[in-house]
Design a protein. Structure first.
Length: 480
């Protein structure tokens, strides 16, 4: 009977490997032929139905020859083979564990840590395409996190990186488009959305976003086409509402004259007195761009649409309350009436509305109304500053508006209450800027733009002064 050379035991299946007489004879003389026996072992493993990399636990019970010298010579090659057999299974287990950890981080929306793990994993797997989908998902999630925090440049980089791993994922194209859209770069947004539509030509949401980009860029005919297509593909009520709005406005704008200068595109109902005033309006708006940009240290690289209407058309398009002197909804809209020359109130109105443009891009529509309107009034009063009659009356009668009521929309206010809301908001913002400077106001808007709640943003910005919102409110009231 042939004596066993060594016994090999797996966790799932035991086996005994025997050496041949030829091998026994060779091993009695030299260690080199031992590799022949080890080769036999390697050849034997597949017969068990497992590859070396699949073996999770195994032990070797040695039956070495009694010759010490020969035994020592056998240790080194045997250990090498053990390493060769065990390491693939260890590496495989480690890789699987790391992949599961990355997936867990993705589920927890910990995208930065997930990306670190996945990039490390990418360098160690035989086929990097195995982790490409996870990397694309991680970059997508991280991109939207940064977009939500108004870090548009970093968000854009994340979406672009994600497309390197999944070029056909339209969410990555859409995400990058939104970074441009929120910065007022509507042509760039439209270009990316158009490319995404080339990947998914039956996607109603893409056509809706494309229509929004065209509309914001005053490309009304193209907006109509995109929104109509979105509705045909099953777009929801938001599509229908915007389509109807564009249709109403386009009927008026087709008859309008147009003039472009610097950062503004002015459209107006053609008429000799209006065309003469148009140039002065554009000059005033450019002055506002420079002056208010200097105050807030912010100069958006955008072209703002400005539309001049008759009073009737203004009411029809905006559905604004009777006391509204103008509206900014992504476009500055003014009822010009019979005005034929620049006046102090008109200049104040233009500064007021351009302030809304700055606040929108800095704070991304998360600003409380009192802060937004207070800044706009502060801007407008550079050009025309009437007495604060409604504020003084309210102070004397102890009938100031609750600040909670000035956080949300004031569209439902009466004429007199709306005027008080503007004056009260102006008084507070004037106090904050006069006491602590414009740089703190810029920081406050930026924090709000990153979705920090306005009260906690105030506490963070004015911490150096030992102030939070209640303390600022107390100091303002004491000054009244």
């Amino acid at each position: 009977m042939v004596k066993p050379w060594f016994s090999l035991t797996w966790s799932a299946w035991p086996a005994t490997v025997y050496y041949t007489p030829k091998c026994r004879k060779s091993c009695s003389r030299d260690v080199v032929p031992m590799m022949i026996c080890l080769a036999e072992l390697m050849r034997f493993l597949p017969e068990t139905g497992q590859s070396p990399s699949e073996v999770s636990r195994w032990t070797i019970i040695q039956s070495f020859p009694r010759d010490r010298i020969l035994r020592r010579r056998l240790y080194v090659p045997l250990i090498l083979v053990l390493v060769i057999l065990v390491m693939p299974s260890i590496s495989c287990a480690s890789t699987n564990q790391q992949a599961q950890e990355a997936i867990s981080l993705l589920n927890q929306k910990e995208y930065v840590q997930a990306l670190e793990l996945l990039h490390d994993l990418e360098t160690r797997v035989l086929n990097p395409d195995q982790v490409s989908h996870l990397l694309a998902v991680a970059y997508l999630g991280r991109g939207y996190q940064l977009l939500s925090a108004s870090d548009f440049s970093a968000a854009r980089e994340a979406f672009i990186e994600g497309r390197l791993y999944s070029e056909d994922d339209i969410r990555l194209w859409q995400g990058e488009a939104m970074t441009w859209f929120k910065q007022g770069q509507y042509a760039e947004a439209a270009s990316l959305l158009d490319q995404a539509i080339g990947i998914a030509p039956q996607n109603a949401d893409l056509y809706y976003l494309l229509g929004r980009a065209y509309y914001a860029d005053s490309r009304m005919a193209e907006a109509l086409d995109a929104l109509t297509k979105s509705r045909e593909l099953g777009g929801d009520t938001a599509v229908t509402n915007l389509l109807e709005k564009v249709q109403r406005e386009w009927l008026l704008e087709q008859e309008m004259g147009q003039e472009v200068r610097g950062h503004f595109q002015l459209s107006y109902v053609d008429g000799e007195h209006v065309s003469g005033l148009a140039s002065v309006i554009l000059e005033t708006l450019e002055d506002a761009y420079t002056e208010l940009g200097s105050a807030l240290n912010y100069y958006p690289d955008v072209r703002v649409p400005v539309l001049l209407y008759t009073r009737r058309d203004f009411s029809s398009v905006t559905s604004s309350p009777d006391w509204a002197g103008a509206v900014y909804d992504g476009k500055i809209r003014l009822p010009l009436g019979g005005m034929q020359q620049m006046t102090g109130p008109l200049a104040a109105l233009l500064y007021h509305e351009y302030s809304h443009v700055l606040v929108r891009f800095l704070a991304n529509r998360h600003t409380p109304v009192w802060l937004n309107e207070g800044l706009a009034e502060l801007a407008g009063r550079r050009m025309y500053s009437p007495p604060l009659a409604h504020l003084h009356e309210a102070i004397e009668a102890d009938q100031l508006i609750s600040w909670d009521d000035l956080t949300g929309s004031i569209a439902g206010f009466s004429n007199s209450k709306a005027r008080l809301a503007y004056e009260q908001s102006y008084s507070m913002v004037y106090f904050m800027v006069d006491s602590f400077g414009w740089h703190k106001m810029t920081e406050l808007l930026e924090r709000i733009g990153k979705r920090q709640a306005w009260q906690s943003a105030i506490a963070a910005v004015y911490r150096d002064y030992g102030l939070d919102w209640p303390a600022i409110l107390t100091e303002w009231q004491a000054g009244l």
